[in-house]
Design a protein around this ligand. Structure first.
Ligand SMILES: Nc1nc2c(c(=O)[nH]1)N[C@H]1C(S)=C(S)[C@@H](COP(=O)(O)O)O[C@H]1N2
Ligand SMILES: [Mo]
Length: 364
């Protein structure tokens, strides 16, 4: 029986006054997008957020194959060249980690300790997944498609390759891509070289990197990443609801200049342009509001068209900043009327936290 050590007090949760070295290690392996990166409609690859559960696998592209198998009439084995020769599509997609905001919940689950920076928008180029599934011919009995990455690790004492599934109806949507380029270049190793799934509108865990197998099945897939994590649940035992589409959120480029250690902003009094981006998963952004008093009062911000049907919108607000101390907030509402909460309802894994961003500023 293998035994891994426990972290912290063994409860799986961190104390508010402690950051465990293991969390720091995850935070350093992965990275958030510095918020000033919100100025770019398309995030430069080097500052797009990154999340890798295990190790970045070593893949020899010439030996690599994509296997399409399971409940299909014609199993396929495709080389990267085979895939690159097929009709291609480029889509700008805003991607966010389901754990974004996890470190803001209390108690926080010990895992990647995101604040709010697990976000980015890239231009992904690839072949629509639909084309591959049609070529292979899904059997009538197939209800889900399982995607397997090449990376392997241990999680919850289960040795596994990273695997997620999608219902056939989701997998056949036009915008789902098998991507081999990110921002016009071959995907870099950390983002899934040579091929990854990109599922617009869904939290990032769905977009399986280092993809090398696609299997159609007649049963709901019971893999670890489907049933044990990525659930909105109150405890480890409760199965809860699956984490799926990205919730509405707006973020602000912190204005002025930062104090090095506290990140509190120093802002020059007068007319200040506050701006940032807002997104709403598969829905549209319907409203963006700004508050300078910690969320007590709100004013409407202006916002433009989204960068693409699957990407964020820019918003802008003119703030007349008078000397004093402020907590700047921004919140968005989606086209179904969901608005970001001031405080997130707690869940076990720290998922889907779209509580309102707060930026402390001193104006002088
Ligand atoms: N094979 C594999 N795919 C993966 C992951 C992983 O660890 N292994 N992480 C997932 C998670 S949780 C997220 S949020 C996104 C992150 O994609 P990025 O690192 O390109 O931003 O990839 C997803 N796909
Ligand atoms: Mo994630």
């Amino acid at each position: 029986m293998r035994r891994f050590r426990t972290i912290g007090d063994g409860s799986g949760f961190g104390r508010d006054d402690t950051l465990y070295p293991e969390e720091l290690q995850l935070a350093l392996r992965n990275r958030g997008m510095p918020l000033e990166g919100l100025r770019y409609p398309i995030t430069p690859t080097g500052i797009h957020y990154l999340l890798v559960h295990y190790d970045i696998p070593e893949i020899d592209a010439s030996a690599w194959r994509l296997t399409v198998s399971g409940l299909v009439t014609t199993p396929l084995s495709l080389t990267l060249d085979d895939i690159r020769k097929r009709p291609r599509r480029t889509l700008a997609v805003t991607m966010e980690c389901a754990g974004n905001g996890r470190a803001l919940s209390s108690p926080r689950r010990i895992s990647q300790p995101w604040l709010v920076e697990a976000i980015g928008t890239a231009e992904w180029t690839g072949m629509p997944l639909k084309g591959v599934l049609e070529e292979a011919g899904l059997a009538r009995a197939a209800i889900e498609v399982i995607f397997t990455g090449r990376d392997e690790g241990v999680e919850g004492n289960v040795v596994q390759r990273y695997q997620r599934s999608l219902a056939v109806s989701e997998a056949l949507r036009d915008e789902v891509l098998l991507a081999y380029e990110m921002n016009g270049q071959p995907i870099e190793p950390q983002h899934g070289f040579p091929l990854r799934l990109v599922v617009p509108g869904w939290y990032g865990m769905t977009s399986v990197k280092w993809l090398d197998r696609i299997d159609a099945t007649a049963e709901p897939f019971q893999g670890y990443q489907m049933t044990r994590v990525y659930r909105y649940a109150r405890s480890e035992e409760e199965s809860g609801e699956p984490v799926t589409l990205i919730r509405v959120r707006a973020l602000m480029i912190p204005p002025g200049i930062p104090d090095f250690m506290t990140r509190t902003r120093l802002v020059r009094a007068g007319r200040v342009i506050l701006s940032g981006r807002a997104w709403a998963g598969r829905l549209a952004v319907a409203r963006v509001e700004v508050s300078a008093d910690g969320g007590a009062t709100w004013s409407d911000a202006r916002f433009g068209d989204p960068v693409s049907p699957h990407a964020w919108n820019e918003w802008i607000f003119e703030w007349n900043a008078r000397p004093g101390s402020y907590t700047l907030c921004v919140r968005a509402t989606d086209s179904s009327g969901n608005v970001q909460p001031a405080e997130q309802e707690w869940n076990f894994g720290g998922y889907g936290n779209n509580s309102v961003q707060r930026v402390d500023a001193i104006v002088e």
